[in-house]
Design a protein around this ligand. Structure first.
Ligand SMILES: O=P(O)(O)OC[C@H]1O[C@](O)(CO)[C@@H](O)[C@@H]1O
Length: 187
């Protein structure tokens, strides 16, 4: 019996770029991130088409048990003194988790429970982050190069942004030359 040997898609672990046909890409620009950064005047001063992050993903069959694989490339930069970050979300299907692998750059993964308890994990090349179910997640680039993280998550997970309308409980700034995480009441 002849078993076909398939050449699977590839990912370059140095930068998270995929080699495959039909890669899906989505760029999130400053103008898409309404109300995300604390300093509204600094956010308004930034051209709305400034790219903040790009997600590239492999095509996946969708449905129960299927998985997405994608890399988020988060640019370095700040809005005022707050570091660039992804919008962040809970999964619509709350029980579904996700795994992130740091590939390049340096930053933080902000995790927050439904009760509003937040914690930060250091993201660096080779770091592994297990995001449990019921946990909101956001990447923050605290470095000077692109922060790229590979992620695997269930296709059924979905995104819930509405539950974070008040924002996350932690924000990360560059103040007095130092990376500082601050607790905030209303995001
Ligand atoms: O724009 P968001 O919701 O912060 O998410 C960025 C991407 O990060 C992921 O969690 C993993 O790459 C995807 O679910 C999502 O597309």
């Amino acid at each position: 019996m002849n078993v076909p040997v398939i050449v699977p898609p590839g990912v370059a672990f140095l930068n998270g770029h995929f080699t495959a046909e039909n890669i899906i890409t989505k760029t999130t620009r400053s103008g898409d991130l309404v109300g995300v950064f604390q300093d509204d005047a600094a956010w308004r001063a930034l051209p709305a088409d400034t790219p903040i992050y790009q997600v590239e993903m492999l095509q996946s069959p969708q449905g129960e048990g299927e998985l997405f694989v994608g890399t988020t490339h988060l640019n370095p930069g700040r809005v005022g003194d707050e570091f660039y970050m992804t919008r962040g979300h809970f999964h619509q299907r709350r029980e579904q988790g996700e795994v992130y692998f740091g590939l390049r750059g340096s930053g933080l993964l902000l995790l927050q429970s439904e009760q509003g308890e937040a914690r930060l994990e250091q993201v660096s090349p080779g770091s592994v982050h297990i995001i449990p179910g019921n946990t909101a997640h956001r990447l923050i680039n605290t470095g000077s190069e692109v922060l790229s993280a590979l992620a695997v998550w269930p296709t059924i997970a979905g995104h819930d942004y509405a539950s974070l309308a008040q924002g996350f409980k932690q924000r990360v700034f560059l103040r007095e030359g130092k990376i500082q995480a601050k607790e905030v009441q209303n995001g």
